[in-house]
Design a binder for this molecule. Structure first.
Ligand code: PEP
Length: 250
């Protein structure tokens, strides 16, 4: 499977940063067929980013599960599509934590995103305490099973769903699990996908996320069942992000 390297800009980026989007999209076009690339920018920047780089995969970082309604400050999947987004992240640990999103909320968002035609990147991951207690695999596989979208197998087969394993303690900290720990978790997540989705579960890429940098990307991408990366801090500048993209194209 072609790897997906997706950037998560979080709450960073204004029009002044569109040059970075342009530089990433230009190289991604040259590498088309070898690696897929997406940038998930703040909602305020989606439309301008799409206008800057038509044809490149711009994404959002969250959606509301409903189509519309009295949800001040939220955007629906259709609204992101209308702005030109092709991708959306759901269930990022920063949203599960700061916005108290439960697995059922994440599942509803994933279903809504797929129904609107967005590629959905569904995040799961354990806390430091859960890993220290030896519960990481049990916690994360249970989180995935409860967060997975159901009933939209055509969208899954498209394939429209990716999972991102992001240990919470590795996000933005510079800490990274051992390759053995990544391999163990990704193998367990593949088993969960197959058990929950049947043969469609084999189409779902499992990305790794958490302090991915140019210096560790190649090693992480060599781990079995690693289908790419979700990259936060190192996605903000093309000069930092593109070496990761290049590593994913090998
Ligand atoms: C993220 O927020 O999804 C992430 C992986 O961040 P970082 O790469 O900065 O650890």
């Amino acid at each position: 499977m072609t790897k997906l390297i997706a950037g998560n800009w979080k709450m960073h980026g204004t029009a002044a940063d569109l040059g970075e989007v342009h530089a990433v999209a230009e190289r991604a076009a040259e590498l088309a067929g070898k690696v897929e690339v997406a940038l998930c920018v703040p909602a305020t920047l989606i439309h301008r980013a799409v206008e800057t780089v038509p044809g490149f995969a711009i994404g959002g970082q969250d959606i509301h599960a409903n189509e519309n309604g009295a949800h001040t400050g939220d955007c629906s999947a259709d609204m992101l599509r209308d702005a030109g987004a092709r991708v959306v992240i759901v269930g990022h640990s920063e949203r599960r934590d700061a916005h108290r999103e439960a697995d059922a909320d994440v599942r509803a968002k994933a279903e809504s995103g797929l129904a609107a035609g967005l590629r959905v990147i569904l995040c799961v991951g354990e806390s430091d305490a859960e890993r220290e207690a030896g519960r990481a695999v049990d916690v994360v596989t249970a989180q995935l099973a409860a967060s997975l979208p159901r009933g939209n197998t055509a969208a899954l087969r498209a394939p429209g769903l990716d999972v991102a394993y992001e240990p919470i303690w590795a996000i933005g900290t510079g800490k990274v699990p051992t390759t053995a720990d990544i391999a163990e978790m990704h193998a367990a997540l593949r088993q969960t996908l197959l058990a929950e989705l049947g043969p469609d579960g084999s189409n779902v890429r499992i990305l790794y996320g958490g302090s991915v940098k140019s210096s560790n990307a190649a090693e992480i991408f060599a781990v079995p069942e690693v289908g790419g990366a979700l990259v936060g801090g190192a996605s903000l500048k093309a000069a930092d992000f593109l070496p990761i993209v290049e590593a994913g194209a090998v």
